[in-house]
Design a protein around this ligand. Structure first.
Ligand SMILES: O=C(O)c1cc(=O)[nH]c(=O)n1[C@@H]1O[C@H](COP(=O)(O)O)[C@@H](O)[C@H]1O
Length: 224
């Protein structure tokens, strides 16, 4: 089985991001580039990181009216990302149009509820119920829209997987036992997420901030 870990390259400088990717490339299955990186380096930056030779996950978390999101999806065709994110709360028409505009080999996945949020945050947004309820509702919406899968925390991926057997599940908010949680609130270990059905494990700081990132990536790989 190929390595399900995608390293989140949340590093603003292109050279530093590339150097980090080169260090860990033998121990991860892909590289995730976020909005911070894309705003700073655009398509050129994505091409540079693609030279490392791993699949690219372009985490843009698009959330706008359907026409605008479809236009953005078309504009990134040329980059041939393996995975692109949109927000499930953009609604069914937005999800459908995002998928229709995506490249043939790009998986479109919808962020359900950010792993940095908990039930109290939901209540403050006027959304009742538990994170589990909210993620399940948005999973149903994403499934019905015909996109490829969702992003959720490891606390919900087991239930989401049962609800959507052939869905593609991206799980961030992962922490090896004993590592700092930081701003994440719904956290599990990489192993638990994989056992519960995650297709992709997104891991950033536990690798990128380690004194030896390659060793940290190897240690995580050994637990899977
Ligand atoms: O879409 C994402 O990748 C994402 C969704 C989510 O709910 N939570 C989340 O943390 N992420 C991303 O996953 C990565 C997690 O990084 P670490 O917390 O450093 O492991 C970051 O790049 C986040 O942008």
């Amino acid at each position: 089985m190929s390595n399900p870990v995608y390293l989140a390259l949340d590093v603003p400088q292109l050279d530093a991001a590339k150097a980090l990717a080169e260090k860990v490339k033998g121990h991860v299955g892909g590289l995730k580039l976020g909005l911070e990186f894309f705003c700073a380096h655009g398509s050129h930056g994505v091409h540079e990181i693609a030279q490392v030779g791993l699949p690219i996950f372009l985490d843009l978390k698009l959330h706008d009216i359907p026409n605008t999101v479809a236009g953005a999806m078309q504009a990134i065709h040329v980059l041939e990302p393996a995975i692109v994110t949109v927000h499930a709360s953009g609604g069914r028409a937005m999800l459908e149009d995002a998928k229709a505009a995506a490249g043939e080999h790009t998986k479109v996945v919808a962020v359900t509820m950010l792993t940095s949020l908990d039930e109290r945050d939901l209540a403050k947004q006027g959304i009742g119920g538990t994170p589990h309820d909210h993620v399940m509702r948005l999973t149903e919406l994403a499934h019905a829209s015909g996109i490829d899968g969702i992003v959720c925390s490891g606390q919900e991926v087991g239930a989401a997987h049962k609800q959507w057997k052939d869905g593609f599940f991206v799980v961030p908010g992962l922490r090896p036992a004993g590592s700092a949680v930081g701003d994440q609130k719904r956290v599990v270990t990489p192993r638990k997420a994989r056992d519960d059905g995650a297709s992709v494990l997104v891991i950033g700081r536990p690798i990128s901030r380690a004194s030896d990132p390659a060793q940290a990536a190897r240690d995580i790989e050994a637990t899977l």
